[in-house]
Design a binder for this molecule. Structure first.
Ligand code: ARG
Length: 460
């Protein structure tokens, strides 16, 4: 019999029963549901709404149910629709009338809003810790390759010299922002909807501050209608995860490029690559490709929830039961993707000789050549044109800039002297890019230290 069967003259149709039920997916909220119910019961007793004995029986009963769920002893049932009614029914079966008093001054609407907030809050912490591990791995790899010159690209065309460290650290910076974005979401999320009731608060003398504090919130939400109606925290969380996945997907794309024969800047560890069923020579970057691919599902999760919420009148509507699966899916996807991605980066072999070889072709020191002339007094725009002419000469002859003889250089500008070869040396070009945030070793050293400080601050 349904908890709410009072006004009904018939049993629920079996199809409706299955269609309506959310227990298959919301059972993962059991811990949050029990924590919320205990805080609620204790508050009800403190406010004199239920007796102390009832609150104690409820607390004990819920703690036993929690232990039994964790021990795998409990089978939830679709007949009880969702996690909230499953647990309430279990409790009442165990402790009788006290269990029936738990739902005083509460509704499933504020209950589910609470459980979901608690769950998202918890997972923000889990994901943050995973991202911090990834940042540490990036710092470790970057530290080893601060002097490794590689071509930096724009339009996927070789552009200017950078180091492999500089490239990895760019992603570390993005991840730091992903973390602080989730933190911002957590701050706004951390207000307690419990006590909003179905939508209009309650006539009982409850203490919303007490339950809010007991559950680690900064305050109760200020408007009961808002408390049960909005899922903006879940949308914000999914947006944060979508942006994170966008970053990982770009990184994954580069990993895929870098381990191709065309680049060969890195080689993945055998444990983090896969073979082909037909081509014996293949070693495929499936992990990176799946991270790139799974980005699509996380974006989809965000779009699903945005679409569910759009156009819903206040307050609760059953549509909102559809909030959970996209959020759970995004959490599961991110929490699987990040550690495997970290391990893949941690174990990859970096091939700095190949990066250096690639850097040698493509005129990535052309800007430095123009800067050389500019520093000798030529206006930059003229220097730019002069070097453009040199690049044309080189292209016709299959040479690099530094392979031109001094007379050939002088034919374009008599400002060129023998010291130009030093200015064109790629290691020098990179070392001299020591402006704030640049690839020079002193700058990547500073960045690594700053990122490590961020990581340790986050961990405390
Ligand atoms: N299972 C429901 C959900 O996930 C719980 C809230 C149900 N409230 C209601 N009035 N039907 O949204």
């Amino acid at each position: 019999m349904k908890l709410w069967s009072g006004r009904f003259g018939k049993d629920t149709d079996a199809l409706v029963n299955d269609f309506n039920a959310s227990i298959s997916f919301d059972q993962r909220l059991y811990r949050e549901d029990i924590a919320g119910s205990i805080a609620h019961a204790v508050m009800l007793a403190d406010c004199g709404v239920i007796s102390r004995e009832d609150a104690e029986a409820i607390t004990r009963g819920l703690e036993e149910i929690l232990a039994d769920v964790e021990a795998g002893k409990i089978e939830f049932s679709a007949d009880n629709e969702d996690i909230h009614m499953n647990i309430e029914a279990l409790l009442t079966a165990r402790i009788g009338d006290a269990g029936k008093r738990l739902h005083t001054a509460r509704s499933r609407n504020d209950q589910v809003a609470l459980d979901f907030r608690l769950y998202v809050r918890e997972q923000i912490g889990v994901i943050r810790d995973q991202l911090l591990d990834l940042e540490e791995t990036l710092c470790r790899q970057a530290e080893r390759y601060q002097a490794a010159v590689m071509p930096g690209y724009t339009h996927l065309q070789r552009a200017q010299p950078i180091s492999f460290a500089q490239h990895l650290l760019a992603y570390a910076q993005m991840l730091s922002r992903d973390i602080t974005r989730l933190e911002d979401c957590r701050k706004r999320l951390n207000q307690c909807p419990l006590g909003s009731g179905a939508l209009a608060g309650t006539t009982y003398p409850i203490d919303r501050w007490q339950t809010a504090r007991a559950l680690g919130f900064d305050a109760p939400m200020d408007n009961s209608l808002d408390g049960v109606s909005d899922r903006d925290y879940a949308l914000e969380f999914l947006s944060g995860l979508s942006i994170l996945m966008a970053h990982l997907s770009r990184f994954a794309e580069e990993i895929i490029l870098w381990c191709s024969w065309e680049f060969k800047f890195i080689e993945l560890d055998d444990a983090y690559a896969t073979g082909s069923s037909i081509m014996p020579q293949k070693k495929n970057p499936d992990v990176a490709e799946l991270v790139r691919g799974k980005t699509g599902r996380v974006y989809g999760d965000l779009m699903s929830l945005l679409t569910v919420m759009k156009g819903l009148p206040l307050a609760y509507n059953k549509d909102m039961q559809e909030d959970k699966e996209p959020v759970f899916d995004a959490i599961d996807t991110v929490e699987m993707a990040v550690p495997v991605f970290t391990a893949m980066l941690d174990t990859m072999t970096v091939l700095p000789e190949n990066m250096r070889r690639a850097a040698g072709r493509g005129f990535i020191n052309a800007t430095d050549c123009a800067d050389y002339l500019t520093k000798k007094g030529m206006p930059f725009r003229d220097a730019y044109t002069a070097v453009g002419r040199l690049v044309a000469v080189c292209s016709a002859q299959g040479k690099t800039l530094e392979e031109l003889a001094l007379e050939e250089l002088k034919a374009v500008s008599d400002l060129f002297e023998a010291d130009v070869y030093e200015a064109l040396n790629l290691e020098n070009c990179m070392a001299l890019r020591n402006s704030w945030g640049g690839p020079a070793v002193a700058e990547t050293t500073r960045q690594i230290a700053a990122i490590r400080e961020f990581v340790s601050r986050q961990r405390t």
